[in-house]
Design a protein around this ligand. Structure first.
Ligand code: HEC
Length: 126
């Protein structure tokens, strides 16, 4: 009898614990600046190809890798969805100019183009 009572009493506590764990996991993930970006998919390439004819999934994966490699040398990687798609070209332009002052962080024009292509494709849509 006592056993059964204990079991039922502990159920809500267990639920609370589960909720707590979930909240913790969410906070940990959100505070981690280097959260992993989703892999580009067919829908993304389709959207990108409207602006960049001939854009392929392979190209997009390379562009993403370039972004991940070049855009976290001064600060953590910003989320592509943090800016409107149309804002990205000027932001990347500004960051590229900034990078020229530091030889080890330099972003080359063709690298900037690749990064811009990826970010415009993945940026926030209006
Ligand atoms: C040479 C250092 C450096 C590199 C490399 C760099 N950034 Fe930055 N970035 C900064 C600094 C410094 C700031 C904060 C000051 C500012 O906003 O002007 C910043 C701010 C930003 C912001 C916030 C701007 C806003 O208006 O909130 C974004 C977005 C950004 N960077 C994206 C990028 C991207 C994308 C790349 C890669 C192409 C990149 N950064 C590479 C130095 C850099």
């Amino acid at each position: 009898m006592i056993r059964i009572f204990q079991k039922t009493a502990s159920a809500p506590a267990l639920l609370k614990l589960k909720k707590f764990t979930l909240v913790c996991a969410t906070i940990t993930l959100a505070s981690c600046g280097a959260a992993k970006l989703a892999e580009p998919g067919a829908e993304d390439v389709k959207r990108g190809a409207q602006k960049y004819p001939g854009y392929t999934l392979e190209m997009m994966k390379q562009d993403k890798a370039m972004f991940e490699q070049k855009c976290n040398t001064c600060h953590s990687l910003k989320k592509p969805s943090s800016q409107l798609s149309e804002k990205w070209p000027s932001i990347v332009g500004g960051m590229t100019r900034r990078s020229l002052k530091k030889p080890e962080k330099t972003i080359k024009p063709e690298e900037a183009n690749a990064i811009t292509r990826y970010l415009v494709t993945m940026g926030k849509q209006k």
